[in-house]
Design a protein around this ligand. Structure first.
Ligand SMILES: [Mn+2]
Length: 338
């Protein structure tokens, strides 16, 4: 954030605002962590803030402090719309175009509020008065820490805020192992622990709360894995029937895609998950090194994200989608095993 933007934010926050904080649809640890961290911070300074999530999110994020104060736009629609209508300041976190918030999109587009965007995805749209965008950041949570630091307020980071920020950094960096993890990330995390983040508890709450159904579903996913050594690629499929057979709950498939990358020689991993209700195949893509799954998702599967982690969708059947995927692999020479 440049000096001018910091001054703008300071000025905005120097008077009482009605603030709405928004994560993207199907929010993950970084989206919920960053919105709740900022919510605590703003409320603590006396502002009136509300987090509105476009829809529900997984159980393994619901232990976070402040979770019970989040409005779900789908379930608490009237209340949420009222908050948006009266908002004077809207802060969007962990996404950068309003198409990422589903049904909430038109309500934000028609709002007269001032917008602030904090995000680390590529190609931000131009809807915010203040855009704090940095694709080199590990997570939006790390950026929220920076944001608080820019305002000169790191002494106001409470244990609640520290736990929320820690969660998002941990989940978005694959527990501090992705290439986006820098020495600065570790310094931020060290400070968060000093300020009361309980790192052991956060790991436990997020990763060690599996249901038997989820573990069995993981077994099914791994059994379904197709490994294409010639193109350094591994992909997983899960049909609606397989999900139903394992009492699928929202968030159960989180992280499954990463298993492909644990295979020696594999640099590109994908998962294709059938969603009969929405009539689509949901796709997650991961890579290591230079192969950009952001470009791949944008070009072929109506999606995008980061260079090493992205998502998309397909309206073809599951079988047709993987067929399309397999034939696309052949067109990328950087995936050819030499
Ligand atoms: Mn993120």
């Amino acid at each position: 954030m440049n000096f001018e933007d910091i001054q703008t934010v300071k000025k905005l926050l120097s008077v009482p605002q009605k603030i709405v904080i928004v994560p993207h649809k199907n929010p993950d640890g970084d989206a919920i962590g960053s919105t709740l961290a900022l919510w605590h911070f703003l409320n603590d300074m006396g502002q009136e803030a509300t987090v509105i999530s476009p829809n529900d999110y997984p159980k393994f994020l619901k232990w976070m402090p402040g979770n019970d104060r989040i409005l779900n736009f789908e379930k608490e629609n009237t209340q949420a719309r009222d908050k948006i209508e009266n908002a004077t300041l809207i802060i969007t976190l962990d996404f950068n175009h309003l198409g990422r918030i589903g049904q909430m999109q038109s309500f934000l587009e028609h709002s007269n509020a001032t917008f602030i965007m904090i995000d680390h995805h590529q190609a931000p749209d131009d809807y915010a008065k203040v855009t704090y965008s940095d694709v080199h950041m590990s997570s939006t949570c790390e950026m929220v820490y920076n944001f608080i630091e820019f305002l000169g307020n790191t002494d106001k980071i409470t244990a609640e805020i520290a736990n929320c920020i820690y969660t998002g950094i941990m989940t978005d960096t694959g527990s501090f192992k992705f290439a986006s993890t820098t020495s600065r990330t570790h310094r931020v995390v060290a400070d968060l622990i000093d300020k009361g983040a309980n790192n052991t508890a956060v790991h436990h709450n997020v990763y060690d709360t599996n249901s038997p159904g989820r573990l069995h579903l993981l077994g099914c996913a791994l059994k379904n894995m197709v490994i294409i050594n010639d193109h350094k690629t591994a992909y997983i499929t899960l049909s609606q029937e397989e999900l139903d057979n394992h009492q699928f709950q929202k968030g159960d498939t989180e992280g499954f895609v990463n298993y492909g990358l644990t295979l020696e020689g594999i640099i590109f991993a994908a998962i294709f998950i059938e969603n009969k209700e929405e009539g689509i195949i949901k796709i997650s893509l991961r890579s290591v090194g230079d192969f950009s799954v952001n470009d791949f998702a944008r070009k072929h599967f109506d999606g995008g994200g980061h260079d090493n982690a992205s998502g998309g969708k397909s309206e073809l059947s599951l079988a047709e989608t993987t067929q399309k995927f397999e034939s696309l692999l052949k067109t990328y020479k950087e995936l050819r095993a030499s």
